[in-house]
Design a protein around this ligand. Structure first.
Ligand code: SAT
Ligand code: MN
Length: 589
């Protein structure tokens, strides 16, 4: 057949893949709207997708995954580098030879009776020096249509690649959606990803976590840049100045909400605006000016649906009203639209739940899966930044880390300097969420929110962070936030959402030395009077409580960190050891 590319490596990869999977046909995705529309009709004809009410939700579709396939599977995700040691203590490892052989055995012939689609895609604006090309083969139309939202798909990627360019290879096959044979395998030394027996987002949209974080973090270390699990947002001031920050939070901790935040009314009245550059992933480089510059390599949002509503995140909600794919939410059969917990109150009287069962508010189960998702094109977001398509990205003033912590970690604090900031990121811990399989609400260490996504030894990753600070003559300031403090009754003490603007405001003021801070055992903490409390549902007394640094708790935390750090052995940078010793000493003083 005639191929849409002369790139021999692409052709060889596709031919090998077809030999393994034995599909009935091979279809090359060209990125045209006609081809995608054809695939949508096909998916609707087979029941893989349902067309939603096209008046209320134009271009929107609905999909259910298998019941056993609703989240990332961290225990079945592997880094397959030649030396086990290079995967580090926080990753599952398998020998690449063994992993290739095992996957081939699992995947062999599993595309029989199916079509194999070849998706050329770009992470980042096609033609930007930041961008990288991938080719994913898959036997799932759902994957094609999601990739066409989340990445820049089509023949322009082949033009960019040229006859000899390298790309990240991704092989995905649903196989039998057998959870016992589900594997998400990364071969960073070969720029290769293999995903078998899943049809769920983070396991199968290989441009996202697999490429843009696991493979890219490995490439970043080799090539001197960073791939991070971070949103990127811009704040425009009343005088027109713009400032940008990147923020790392674990999955399902509100990155999309923060990235699309609407400031409180009195900020808006003054002319403050927040714009979204990205909600999940940042690729960061040192610019000629010595600052760190960030791009969002994605082209859409794969956001958590439950809790998204007109109040919590009107921008995300607006983005989902057009050309969106909904996965595992509930269907409202009265008008063929979608619903999820928190969308409206009260809940509709009758729905079809994410499992396809009749549902009423008395059913005693959730109508939408807690990790149900929307896949929405970035262009549909009303607060999308002008810089979204910028080839250079945006310069960062601040980097923010944050987790879900009921106690101990204050609302906000600033690190003393870059190296201490790396420490602050490395000691992040957070309560687990429904974004990954396993128990939720369990406190675990999640350095830089990268525990599930770092493609190499995390000790080396910390060292790479320290190194990046040395390479940047004017690096961003580093902060930590915690929106999730709870009182004795388990009630959240900080209202969060748009009110987080008040904390961002303090952070950006600190970046220009425009506000004082209190030096504490853990770093610089805001004075309560410097956090704007106009028209907020939070008293100064409560604010003081959540800004308080409890040395006894932090001393215990330091011991905990010491035992967490042990696993990194010699790879733990001296700078982090020093910061830990300082923390311990400060807590005893
Ligand atoms: O499922 S994804 O990995 O794409 C989303 C997430 O868990 O952050
Ligand atoms: Mn994420």
């Amino acid at each position: 057949m005639a191929y849409p590319t002369a790139n021999k490596k692409v052709i060889a990869f596709v031919e090998e893949s077809a030999k393994l999977g034995c599909p009935d046909n091979v279809v090359w995705i060209d990125g045209s709207s006609e081809q995608l529309e054809q695939l949508r009709s096909e998916a609707c004809a087979t029941g893989e997708m349902i067309k939603l009410n096209q008046e209320k939700l134009p271009g929107c579709y609905y999909h259910r995954t298998a019941q056993n396939d609703v989240a990332r599977v961290e225990d079945r995700t592997f880094i397959c580098c030649r030396e086990k040691e290079n995967a580090g203590p926080t990753n599952n490892w398998m020998d690449p030879k063994e992993a290739y052989a095992m996957c081939a055995e699992i995947a062999r012939g599993k595309m029989k009776g199916r079509t194999m689609y070849v998706i050329p895609y770009s992470m980042g604006v096609v033609g930007s020096p930041f961008s990288k090309i991938g080719v994913e083969v898959t036997d799932s139309i759902y994957v094609v249509l999601n990739m066409a939202i989340m990445t820049r798909v089509g023949n322009a990627c082949f033009e960019q690649l040229g006859p000899d360019g390298d790309f990240v290879k991704g092989y995905h096959s649903k196989c039998d959606i057998d959870p016992e044979k589900r594997y998400i395998m990364h071969f960073p030394e070969d720029d290769t990803i293999i995903s078998v027996n899943s049809g769920y987002g983070g396991n199968v949209l290989l441009g996202k976590k697999c490429f843009a974080l696991r493979i890219a973090s490995y490439l970043g270390r080799k090539e001197g840049w960073m791939a991070e699990h971070m949103l990127i947002l811009g704040v425009t001031y009343p005088d027109g100045r713009k400032k940008y920050l990147a923020a790392a939070f674990p999955s399902a901790c509100g990155k999309t909400n923060l990235a699309m935040l609407i400031p409180p009314k009195h900020y808006r009245d003054l002319g403050y605006k927040v714009e979204c550059v990205g909600d999940d992933i940042a690729w960061i480089r040192v610019g000629e000016d010595g600052r760190l510059w960030a791009v969002n390599p994605e082209n859409g949002f794969f956001g958590v649906a439950p809790g998204t509503n007109e109040k919590s995140n009107p921008n995300a909600l607006a983005a989902t009203r057009k050309n969106t794919i909904f996965t595992n939410v509930a269907l409202d059969p009265s008008d063929n639209t979608v619903w999820w917990e928190g969308l409206t109150k009260p809940a509709p009287a009758h729905l079809i739940d994410w499992l396809g069962n009749e549902w009423t508010p008395d059913s005693g189960v959730k109508a939408a899966h807690p990790n149900s998702r929307f896949t929405a094109p970035a262009v549909g977001c009303p607060c999308l930044s002008d810089a979204f398509n910028s080839k250079e990205g945006v310069p960062l003033d601040a980097i923010v880390f944050g987790g879900r912590r009921a106690t101990t970690t204050p609302l906000c604090y600033q690190s003393r300097d870059w190296d201490h900031g790396v420490f602050v990121g490395s000691i992040m811990s957070s309560e687990t969420t429904a974004a990954a399989t396993g128990a939720t609400g369990v406190l675990r260490h999640d350095p830089m929110a990268m525990k599930p996504f770092c493609g190499y030894d995390m000790g080396d990753y910390f060292a790479h962070w320290i190194e990046m600070g040395k390479k940047a003559s004017n690096p961003p300031k580093i902060f930590n936030v915690n929106w999730f403090r709870q009182d004795e009754n388990g009630e959240f003490m900080w209202p969060g959402f748009g009110d987080n603007m008040r904390v961002l405001d303090w952070i950006l003021k600190r970046c220009e030395n425009a506000v004082d801070a209190r030096e504490t055992a853990i770093g610089y903490v805001p004075y309560a009077e410097d956090i704007d409390l106009e028209d907020i549902d939070c008293t100064k007394e409560t604010l003081e409580k959540i800004l308080y640094v409890d040395k006894a708790r932090w001393s215990a935390e330091a011991d905990e960190i010491a035992s967490f750090y042990k696993q990194f052995g010699d790879k733990l940078p001296a700078e982090l050891k020093e910061s830990l010793a300082t923390l311990k000493k400060n807590c005893e003083a």
